[in-house]
Design a protein around this ligand. Structure first.
Ligand SMILES: [Zn+2]
Length: 711
């Protein structure tokens, strides 16, 4: 009870403000929607596309939220803002307003989409300074639509004009959020505003090099991020002034290769959209789930939506195309298994090919029927892969994909093959609160680590955690400057010996067991080495892996080992209290991604098993490739198994699902569950209980299966 009149008045005012926000008092809606529909209209849709069909499709898919095209490059509502280009096809109508009203009638959360990256000639003529400028001083024409111009993201076009647009949309339609696509610019801009603002902030001219050690480049990296966070803050503030329960949602973020700091994103955003629309080129079907893990590492339990498209996502951008049904389903379902709330995106309201409708409807309906088992509270994985944007920016730079990301992809694939449930951890969140839920942290060539990060990792091991590290991990500081020795030399049990072989040809490893690290390799006297090797100090003729140095690979008469055996260890194993540390000085994870040698896969798996020294939360045994994830909900636990076994596993699109033969599942449980069921096949499995475990056999898995245990 309020004790004074002033408190009473304050409480009354707060209640009134709440009531005014909405009569139904929804409060923040961010955690509510579980299934998102995005319809991105094209200019000539108004008057042509089938409005009723779309609302009906939203209903059929049980979509509880929509993202709809509003403004920016093209306005789909009667805007009053000068230079805000209205689609001429809408005449006197309000296509956006009609869709908003239709969705509201279906109780959907509504997000307005803007796209500020391109403008028409009249904007160029009125405000030439709003246009992005190339390094050679030329204004940037749009690369795909040559009638349009590319805007500068960091100047008045976004900060003034798009702020007005954002405000107008929220004022007119009271939307729940504004989502912007391509809001963060299209490459480096040398316009007058960027030049002046950067100079004001740093005293330097804009960098003309991508070298991360160039002082101007370093300053630019920080300034560019700050400018974008300022813009995010500005739009978010303006939106909340009009609708306190609304927010701004930028299309941003991702893993090590993404621009904006994921830790700052996680602190700021009440929900996020992980935009990984489909596979292109060589890409594993688990890449959507990986994106979910990357966002979760800094978003924690906040809602993360997994945006997937239904078209073929390749460089040729067939935006009106439709992928195979199985490809659409597998991509979406692996996202769901990894905690993403499905969000389909369709470009163009006019349908040229309807074959995607049923696959998306099938996935969404399954998710709707099983919503209570998809409202996850936390993952139960005990293993996590660390990723590091600072390593990508300052050590990898232009070669970050090969030097940084390929190591992560390799270890990721190895854990998938090993069916080990795992999460990802951001390198700026290595404190106890973020890592103590894990027994093993994997550092796949996390080269750039500060002294403080190294201290946090040391403390993690002192508290009983274990580490598996590879290659140049901790050999550089947070700025990418090389150290004299590993920052984690004490944990690794070795020191840097002053050299790195960048490319070894025809080198091998001698195996000496028995050791748990060599499980499954008992009959192998030697296996292929990796490609790059860090020289380390120390000799041990009895190490499980020792170096067999390169020898000629041509002419064939010369191909024989000059040295059969050395005492140069290629793995270091330490026990520190309850913690264990495995260090591979070579690029085992990156080589695994390139070559996919099963021998390397076994070593990567065994390293985690030895370091963890405990059973996994779920063990699934049987043939095939499965992505396994274990979750806790309020009153239940789930084990997701996504069937990735496919001749098109590494390069889509998949043609058909291949059913898996029986799989034995052992789940570690806190108590004997009240019931155990399968959420896909609905079969009643025979379940055996033992103290702490539940064992069952799943007869077959087509796309996926979920074991749900009611606790
Ligand atoms: Zn600019």
């Amino acid at each position: 009870m309020p004790s004074t009149r002033r408190e009473f008045l304050a409480a009354t005012a707060a209640a009134a403000a709440l009531a005014q926000a909405s009569p139904a008092d929804p409060g923040p809606w961010f955690d509510k929607p579980m299934r998102w529909a995005q319809l991105t209209l094209v200019e000539d849709d108004p008057g042509k596309y089938d409005f009723t069909f779309w609302l009906d499709y939203f209903r059929r898919t049980h979509s509880d939220a929509a993202c709809l095209s509003a403004g920016g490059c093209v306005a789909f509502y009667p805007t009053k803002i000068p230079l805000h280009y209205k689609t001429p096809w809408m005449k006197d109508t309000d296509p956006f307003g009609d869709l908003v009203a239709g969705c509201r009638k279906q109780n959907m959360v509504v997000m307005a989409r803007t796209d500020p990256h391109a403008v028409h000639q009249d904007v160029y003529d009125a405000h030439p300074d709003w246009i992005a400028v190339e390094a050679d001083g030329k204004k940037r024409r749009h690369w795909a639509s040559p009638d349009l111009w590319v805007t500068c993201a960091l100047g008045p076009y976004n900060f003034d004009f798009m702020t007005q647009v954002t405000r107008e949309i929220v004022e007119m339609y009271k939307v729940d959020a504004v989502f912007s696509n391509r809001w963060a610019g299209s490459g480096m801009c040398y316009c007058e505003h960027c030049r002046e603002n950067f100079h004001k902030a740093s005293g330097m001219d804009l960098p003309r090099t991508t070298n991360p050690h160039d002082p101007a480049r370093r300053a630019y990296t920080a300034w560019h991020q700050q400018r974008l966070f300022d813009l995010w803050h500005l739009w978010d503030d303006e939106i909340r002034k009009i609708n306190p329960n609304a927010c701004y949602v930028p299309n941003s973020g991702g893993g090590a290769l993404s621009d904006l700091d994921m830790k700052a994103i996680g602190e700021r955003a009440p929900m996020m959209v992980a935009d990984r629309q489909a596979r292109s080129g060589v890409a594993a079907p688990w890449a959507n789930g990986k994106n979910g893990k990357e966002y979760r590492s800094t978003m924690g339990g906040k809602a993360i939506c997994g945006m997937f498209s239904v078209g073929v996502e390749e460089a040729y951008r067939w935006k009106d195309s439709v992928q195979s049904g199985p490809e659409i389903k597998l991509w979406a379902i692996d996202g769901i298994a990894n905690g993403l709330r499905p969000w389909f995106i369709k470009f163009s309201g006019t349908l040229h090919d309807k074959r995607w409708l049923q696959p998306v409807e099938d996935v969404f309906n399954w998710a709707y029927r099983n919503e209570r088992y998809l409202r996850n509270e936390r993952p139960l994985a005990r293993v996590a892969i660390v990723y590091s944007q600072q390593t990508a920016h300052f050590y990898g730079a232009e070669r970050a994909r090969q030097k940084v990301e390929d190591h992560t992809l390799g270890y990721y694939q190895a854990l998938i093959e090993a069916r080990i449930p795992f999460e990802m951890v951001h390198d700026q969140l290595l404190d106890a609160a973020h890592v103590d839920q894990y027994k093993v942290l994997i550092l796949p060539n996390i080269a750039a680590l500060s002294d403080q990060q190294c201290r946090q990792l040391r403390e993690y091991v002192d508290r009983g955690g274990s580490i598996v590290a590879t290659h140049e991990t901790s050999l550089y500081d947070q700025s990418g400057v090389q150290r004299k020795d590993f920052g984690l030399a004490d944990l690794f049990g070795t020191s840097y010996d002053g050299a790195i072989d960048p490319r070894m040809q025809n080198s091998y490893l001698r195996l000496q067991g028995p050791h748990p690290l060599l499980a499954g390799l008992e009959d192998a006297p030697r296996i292929i080495n990796g490609v790059s090797r860090v020289h380390t100090r120390g000799t041990d003729a009895n190490a499980p892996l020792t170096l067999i140095p390169s020898y000629p690979d041509l002419p064939m008469e010369e191909v024989y080992p000059r040295v059969a055996k050395t005492d140069i260890p290629e793995v270091y194993l330490q026990e520190r209290g309850k913690g264990r540390v495995v260090y591979f000085p070579w690029d085992i994870d990156r080589t695994f991604w390139e070559i996919l040698s099963p021998d390397h896969g076994k070593l990567l798996r065994n390293a985690v098993d030895w370091a963890g020294n405990e059973p996994h939360p779920a063990t699934v045994t049987g043939p095939g490739v499965l992505d396994v994830a274990v979750w806790r909900q309020k009153d239940s636990m789930t084990v997701h198994m996504v069937n990735l076994t496919n001749s098109m596993m590494m390069k889509g699109p998949i043609r058909e699902f291949i059913p898996l033969p029986p799989q034995k599942v052992v789940v570690r449980v806190p108590s004997r569950p009240k019931s155990v069921k399968l959420l896909v096949s609905s079969a009643q499995p025979a379940v055996q209980y033992a103290p702490g475990t539940v064992t069952l056999t799943i007869p077959s898995i087509l796309i996926h299966e979920v074991v749900a245990l009611d606790l």
